[in-house]
Structures are given as structure tokens and as C-alpha cells.
Design a protein around this ligand. Structure first.
Ligand code: NAP
Ligand code: GLV
Length: 313
């Protein structure tokens, strides 16, 4: 069995060794431009177009993350980048759900307990107790009720938050009010005090965090973007922060990463930035999952995390 590996930024060695140890019968190699030797599987993150085009012999392409938008966007731009009929498989959870729960909880509690405001008051040496937010007035809306959105919702309901979710199809998660489809988006957002985005980036979801949605939220609400930068209409957020419709935002993902030094978000007093660390790919967990999926495919079973190309996630 031959496996090719490509990642633009991380060291390939631990992955090549780790997969090799788990699958002793496999020959694992880093892919370089010009390598057209045949392979059974590919492990990729943001692969160049020439890596996968014409590789109809592959039995599976494994994306080393939860989102497959980079590869599907490339396919839209240059059809044929993905060989027809080859399954595309993403990471489902593999340790990301816990990380997202931690990130979401830390951010929700920071705003709910008004710690962001007290931090500013401390800088001004102001002793100024504020009226506490109440759970009853602090409904949290989660865009996306997939693997990560559901995990975040579960954590927040366990702390007595009122939680809503929005997805493409209806859900039945205990303690979470489900909204679905474009028609229910406004009802979902109506009155939410804090919005967490955990949608995949598809042509249908791009730009969903926009002025119209912000206007449905409660006054002085909070935004947490953990999905993709393309979901956010940046100018609309800056305007909503100026008008007070949005009190503060925490952003982990951006259209251009790393974000340009001149970007106004860097110095905005009510925008908090993290460098796309909401949930990292954990190598050991990811390799276990990819190898289990290779074994499933070899045994004629369906792998976990199979992407529906028509849906785009
Ligand atoms: P997932 O399991 O595929 O869940 C996606 C959710 O989005 C599903 O509930 C789906 O609805 C919903 N959805 C998709 N298109 C929609 C539409 N047009 N309208 C309404 N709902 C829609 O994905 P996941 O594993 O939870 O990951 C979600 C995203 O998180 C990834 O795609 C990635 O962009 C992002 N992410 C970010 C980081 C980070 O570090 N910041 C790390 C990992 C992932 P249905 O359930 O009805 O299909
Ligand atoms: C990270 O953003 C991922 O999609 O895994």
C-alpha cells in the first residue's frame, strides 16, 4: 500500500513515521512536485492542484482537518482538481470537540461575567461593579449543529445557558432549541445575546455573519467566530460595533491568515483575536482515525467523516 502526504507548513516526518508504525505494510512518502508514481491514499492539507488531479487510482483522500473548504474551493475554481469518484474524508472530532468546548466556554464566561469590561476598568484604575448578566437574558445561538456545534451546545446547557442551534436539517438535542433552513435563520437569531459560528464554509454559508443577522440579535450582543473568515462580512461587524448593536467580538478565523498587520481588527478595543487555534489537529488522534478509516475502506466498510461533495461539507 502506498500513501502520499502533503502539508504546506508542518513537518511531515512525525506523520510519515506515525502512519508507518500504525500500518507496517504501507510505504508512506512526502509528496513533492513532479511525483506522479501511483498511490492508494493521500493525506493532505491545502494540497497544490497538481497533486491530486489525474489520481483516479486513489481509494481515499484524507483531509487533515475538519473543514474541507480549501480543497472544494480549489475544485470549484479548477474542476478536475479532485479525481472523480475518489472518497474525500475529513477529521470528525479527533480531539477537536473538547478544544472547541474549552474555547467557547472561556469566551462565553468572559462576556457573561463581564470580565472583558472589568479588564478595561482595571487599566483605568476604576472600581466599578456592573449589573451582572442573567441567564434568562443571555440566550446563546450556535450556527452549526454538527460534531463541533453540538459539543459546544452540550457544554453550555450543562451550565444552565439557554441555547439555540441553527442547521440545515432539524435536530433533537436535549436542552437545545433547534432552528433550521434559511427561512428560520431570523427567528433563530432573534433576541440572541451571544452568537457562536461553527458552520462549514460553503457557497450557502459564506457571508452569513452580516448586518441583517446582527440586527436580529439583542442590543449589545456578542459574536464569536470559530468557523471560517469567509462567514463574516467584516465591514458589517465594524459598523455594528460602532453602533453598539454588537458589544464585542472574538474572532479566531480570518479571510486572510495570518491577518495583515494593517487590519483594523488588531487594534479595535472590543475585538479579541486568536490565530486560528480554536481546535488544532491533534496528530496522534488524527493518525489513529485516518488509519482506522484506511482499514475500514480496505475491509469494504464506509469510513467515518465521508464528505458529501454536493453539500460541500
Ligand atoms: P459538521 O459536523 O459537518 O457540521 C456542520 C453543521 O453546519 C451541520 O449542523 C450542518 O447542518 C450545518 N450547516 C451546513 N450548511 C448549512 C446551511 N447552508 N445552513 C444551515 N446549516 C448548515 O462540521 P464540524 O465538524 O462541526 O465543523 C464545523 C466547522 O468548524 C468546520 O467546517 C470548520 O470550518 C470549523 N472549524 C474551525 C476550527 C478552528 O480552529 N477555528 C477547527 C475545526 C473546525 P446539518 O447538520 O443539517 O447537515
Ligand atoms: C481547522 O480549521 C479545521 O478545519 O480543522
Amino acid at each position: 500500500m502506498n500513501i502520499i502526504f502533503y502539508h504546506p507548513t508542518i513537518d511531515s516526518k512525525p506523520w510519515i513515521e506515525g502512519i508507518g508504525q500504525r500500518l507496517p505494510q504501507a510505504q508512506v512518502r512526502a509528496w513533492h512536485r513532479g511525483d506522479t508514481c501511483s498511490a492508494d491514499y493521500a493525506l493532505v492539507w491545502h494540497p497544490p492542484q497538481e497533486m491530486l488531479a489525474m489520481r483516479g487510482e486513489l481509494k481515499g483522500i484524507f483531509v487533515m482537518g475538519a473543514g474541507v473548504d480549501a480543497i472544494l474551493t480549489q475544485e470549484q475554481r479548477a474542476p478536475g482538481t479532485l479525481p472523480a469518484g475518489v472518497p474525500l474524508i475529513r477529521l470528525e472530532d479527533t480531539g477537536m470537540a473538547l478544544q472547541m468546548q474549552e474555547y467557547a466556554l472561556a469566551t462565553v464566561l468572559r462576556y457573561f461575567r463581564r470580565l472583558d469590561e472589568y479588564q478595561l476598568f482595571q487599566q483605568q484604575k476604576q472600581w466599578r461593579p456592573l449589573t451582572a448578566h442573567q441567564h434568562g437574558d443571555f440566550t446563546i445561538g450556535i450556527l452549526g449543529a454538527g460534531v463541533l456545534g453540538r459539543a459546544v451546545a452540550e457544554k453550555l446547557t450543562s451550565l444552565k445557558f439557554k441555547v439555540r442551534s441553527w442547521s440545515r436539517t432539524p435536530k433533537n438535542q436535549p436542552g437545545v432549541e433547534s432552528f433550521y433552513g434559511k427561512e428560520q435563520l431570523n427567528d433563530f437569531a432573534n433576541g440572541c445575546k451571544l452568537l457562536i459560528n461553527l458552520l462549514p464554509n460553503t457557497p450557502q454559508t459564506a457571508g452569513v455573519l452580516n448586518r441583517n443577522l446582527f440586527n436580529q440579535l439583542a442590543q449589545q450582543s456578542y459574536l464569536v467566530n470559530l468557523g471560517r473568515g469567509t462567514h463574516l462580512v467584516e465591514g458589517d461587524l465594524l459598523n455594528a460595533l460602532d453602533s453598539g448593536q454588537i458589544a464585542a467580538a472574538t474572532l479566531d478565523v480570518f479571510v486572510r491568515e495570518p491577518m495583515q498587520r494593517m487590519h483594523p481588527f488588531w487594534s479595535h478595543p472590543r475585538v479579541s483575536i486568536t490565530p486560528h487555534i480554536g481546535a488544532d489537529t491533534l496528530p496522534e488522534e488524527a493518525m489513529d482515525s485516518i488509519v482506522a478509516n484506511i482499514q475500514a475502506i480496505e475491509a469494504g466498510r464506509t469510513p467515518i467523516g465521508l464528505v458529501d461533495l454536493a453539500r460541500g461539507y
